[in-house]
Design a protein around this ligand. Structure first.
Ligand SMILES: [Zn+2]
Length: 356
């Protein structure tokens, strides 16, 4: 994967992050896609949200007379293709995704395959797929695949709605952002290894996403200020990927740990962002970066950094790290440069457990 000097990128046409955005959603939609009220619109959401978002969904349907609701049952490639087929067969012209990350990934991919504009209305902030040009979808069995697609045409975040999201999901969003600390280091390492260069602008944006969350003084997850900062960071993270033309500005060895955990230890119940945060605490040590800075931030957001509390035993931890580099063989990271022995990993596990 080389940095493409001529990488073409697109930016979302509309980005609204404000309180009560859903109450004026139709106005925002009309601004984003002129004439939307006459278009065939498909509103993709999940069964669990139909009652929670009832008022907004009804209002949307009232102002968009040619719209219909489509319920997404699972986050799979098959489901996305089913929806894409529905879009093509019914000549749908716009897709609006309302829901969490998994639903939005299905809607985003279906809109991409169906070649229609996609607008996302997240109800939570669990990872940076919000504005990214990729969708992570389930394939055969429990395996998940990251598929290239397009960034959304519009992003509408109602701060009041997202404030109602579970704390664990918001912490996952924090973890996915904080992990850029080690991802960016690995990206530079990769570029040096291939005698290539990182995309400076993409690097800058990803670093901004990281620092704005690090230096944010409002640490209460249930505050409007914090929700706005987290949204901005996640959106910037997605745009950095779009500009780079790959996921390197957001994903390094800490993500390889997460992939290895997902693939080899499906029994572990941990969010994507929490897993990459734990991964970052280890990658950071391997890279020789300031780990205390990272710990301090995660602690301030109330994140539990003891792997044992997530069911990750010493054996699982060692196993997962030993298998990490093999999950994406084309990805050069610090794991290619350190001698990761069992003893070293046992020691790192001990350090992680004692620093709580
Ligand atoms: Zn991630």
């Amino acid at each position: 994967m080389t940095t493409n000097m001529m990488n073409q990128f697109h930016l979302p046409y509309c980005l609204v992050i404000e309180e009560g955005a859903c109450e004026r959603l139709n106005e925002i939609l009309a601004d984003c896609i002129p004439g939307i009220e006459q278009k065939k619109v498909i509103i993709a959401t999940e069964p669990a949200l139909v009652s929670i978002m009832k008022d907004y969904l009804e209002e949307m349907k009232r102002d968009l007379p040619c719209s219909e609701t489509y319920l997404i049952e699972e986050n799979s490639f098959d489901e996305a293709m089913e929806l894409a087929k529905y879009i093509c067969m019914n000549d749908c012209e716009v897709i609006i995704g309302v829901g969490g990350g998994k639903v939005l990934d299905v809607a985003k991919y279906a809109g991409f395959v169906g070649k229609i504009p996609y607008i996302c209305v997240p109800t939570t902030l669990s990872n940076d797929s919000l504005a990214s040009p990729v969708s992570v979808l389930g394939t055969v069995g429990d395996a998940r695949k990251t598929l290239k697609c397009k960034i959304p045409t519009g992003i509408v975040v109602d701060v009041d709605v997202v404030m109602g999201a579970p704390v664990a999901q918001l912490q996952s969003g924090i973890g996915d952002t904080i992990s850029k600390y080690t991802a960016l280091y690995d990206w530079k390492l990769d570029a040096a290894h291939r005698k290539d260069r990182v995309d400076d602008f993409s690097y800058l944006i990803s670093d901004m996403a990281l620092t704005s969350l690090c230096y944010n003084e409002e640490k209460s997850l249930k505050s409007k200020e914090f929700i706005k900062i987290l949204t901005q960071s996640l959106v910037l993270g997605g745009l950095a990927m779009e500009i780079a033309g790959n996921s390197r500005p957001s994903s390094g060895s800490e993500h390889l740990f997460c992939h290895s955990l997902e693939e080899n230890h499906k029994e572990i119940q941990i969010s994507h962002g929490m897993a990459v945060a734990l991964g970052s605490l280890v990658s950071c040590r391997l890279q020789g970066q300031d780990v205390e800075r990272l710990e301090h931030i995660l602690k301030a957001y109330g994140m539990d950094m003891d792997p044992m509390n997530w069911g990750i035993t010493e054996e699982i931890f060692v196993d997962t790290w030993l298998g990490a580099a093999d999950t994406r063989k084309d990805r050069y990271t610090i794991l290619n440069e350190v001698d990761l022995t069992r003893e070293r990993l046992v020691q790192l596990y001990g350090e992680l457990r004692s620093e709580r």
